[in-house]
Design a protein around this ligand. Structure first.
Ligand code: FRU
Length: 487
């Protein structure tokens, strides 16, 4: 650890001490989601399973709930449910990353762990459009064990990026194909369009630019962050987080988007061509910058940041007053089936289930069931019959409603949404809803993962924040479990 890292570490330790208790005492702390111990969290980084242990690194600003200088925070888990805090893994302590250890990913080869990330450097007073007052370097890190991370230095310097790009090039992700290593990076070109760049290597140390892996598209924004690429059940999938898209019907209503293309790569041309339009990954208010990895059992697991940058003044997170902000979504398993990308909560989370309440209910108008209430729980609704309208109200003023004729599923929030109001999506035939409610979040998986809505919600505890009330008409089976706390 160099002098600057030591100084930063000391400052973090003494300053976070001052508000750690206040953070822990916040009633909006989540019970079974990954959160920053103090301060701010954003993108999942370096997600992997190495020698059996799961690692989650993340964009972390430990003493500023509004996110200032970025570090890599670190948590580990044996089971993907219970996470242990580890020491900060990467400090912004080198000339090439002095203003932030930005996002990146892990790559395991021959039982060796590598990371690649973006080192952010700001040039004060430089308002040049191309550089945007910054440098973004691509840096290689090795690690013998997943705990000690050794920076190997810059592999692609800010001055080596192709001329048609601004300095907004970041968030490396690595994959292997036919004995070559490939790196994709998200970028903003000089015409203000998002694109994915491709680099190639034979040794993970020296990288050569190959060209544009995915070209810009109409209404796909000015910058593509956090690219990811993998094959699932024979289908190539490319994830990106575009900034600057216009809303299209019920999609793309957040400030920035995250979604995927399915398509095919022409390996001679080294380009990926989408075969269908871009699809939003999550229909809710709080989801961005997802990253995936394949675990040792071969599952493709996705984690998203349960948050977004630049959301104010549209909506906000009142946890800032308590010294922290943001969390990760539940990890989701990705499945490609019958031409559809499905997202399902990891099966491991079943072990948090405590008492089960199960019942069949004939909903006909407002139906409140005494045994069904709670704040922190999992609930599975199976629809046997559904009328013109079905609603379920929970967490005080949040309503999920389905309108059969319009085939619209709507999530709406009242005052506890702190500005979050309404999101909708089309569901042809609603068969089930799988709800994960935590102290200040809700994840709603629809029809076995065909769609997901993720949102933060901040009901004041006790005043009706535990009601579950059905409305409209339906015949449903309800299973509800209260859940154990993991932190
Ligand atoms: C996405 C992002 C990345 C960047 C990081 C900085 O949320 O903007 O592009 O590397 O966050 O924290």
């Amino acid at each position: 650890m160099n002098q600057r890292a030591k100084r930063l570490k000391d400052t973090i330790e003494s300053e976070s001490e001052n508000f750690r208790e206040q953070v822990q005492a916040d009633h909006w702390r989540l019970h079974y989601h990954v959160m920053p111990p103090t301060g701010w969290l954003n993108d999942p980084n370096g997600v992997c399973q190495f020698r059996g242990l799961y690692h989650l690194f993340y964009q972390y600003s430990p003493i500023d709930a509004n996110g200032a200088l970025k570090y890599w925070g670190h948590k580990t888990s044996k089971d993907m449910v219970h996470f242990e805090d580890q020491d900060i893994a990467l400090y912004p302590d080198q000339p090439y990353d002095i203003d932030g250890v930005y996002s990146g990913s892990a790559f395991i080869e021959n039982d060796q762990l590598h990371f690649f990330y973006t080192g952010n450097v700001r040039h004060k007073g430089d308002h040049n459009y191309i550089t945007s007052g910054r440098e973004q370097n691509t840096i290689h890190v090795t690690s013998p064990d997943g705990f000690t991370l050794n920076k190997q230095g810059v592999v692609i310097g800010a001055d080596q990026y192709p001329e048609r790009f601004t300095q907004h090039i970041r968030d490396p992700k690595i994959f292997k194909k036919d004995n070559h290593y490939y790196m994709i990076l998200g970028g903003r070109n000089l015409e203000d369009q998002g694109e994915v760049l491709l680099y190639k290597s034979t040794d993970l140390k020296s990288w050569s630019y190959q060209g544009i892996f995915v070209e810009h598209q109409a209404n796909m924004g000015y910058m593509w962050e956090c690219p990811d690429f993998f094959e699932l059940n024979g289908q190539e999938v490319l994830l990106i987080s575009p900034q600057g898209m216009d809303p299209l019907e019920n999609q793309f209503h957040n400030v920035y988007q995250s979604g995927y293309f399915i398509g095919n790569t022409d390996w001679e041309q080294q380009t990926f061509k989408p075969s269908e339009p871009f699809v939003e990954l999550d229909c809710g208010f709080d989801f961005y910058a997802p990253q995936t990895f394949e675990d040792e059992s071969g599952r493709r697991i996705l984690w998203g940041w349960m948050g977004l940058p630049d959301i104010e003044p549209e909506y906000s997170n009142p946890t800032i007053k308590h010294g922290w902000q943001h969390a990760m979504t539940l990890p989701r398993e990705l499945i490609f089936e019958k031409g559809k990308l499905l997202q399902r909560p990891l099966i491991e989370y079943e072990k948090l289930r405590k008492e089960l309440s199960e019942m069949n209910i004939h909903v006909d108008g407002k139906t409140e069931v005494n045994e069904l209430q709670g704040e922190v729980y999992e609930m599975f609704l199976t629809f046997h019959e559904i009328g013109e309208i079905f609603t379920v109200q929970l967490r005080k003023d949040m309503t999920i409603s389905y309108h059969k004729e319009d085939q619209l599923l709507t999530l709406s929030l009242g005052a506890s949404g702190y500005g979050r109001k309404e999101r909708k999506t089309t569901i042809e035939n609603l068969t089930n809803l799988h709800i994960f409610s935590d102290a200040s979040s809700l994840e709603l998986f629809v029809n076995d993962g065909e769609k997901v809505f993720t949102t933060r919600t901040y009901p004041t505890p006790k005043k009706g924040s535990d009601i579950i009330c059905f409305g409209g008409s339906a015949k449903i089976n309800v299973k509800k479990w209260s859940l154990q706390k993991t932190s």
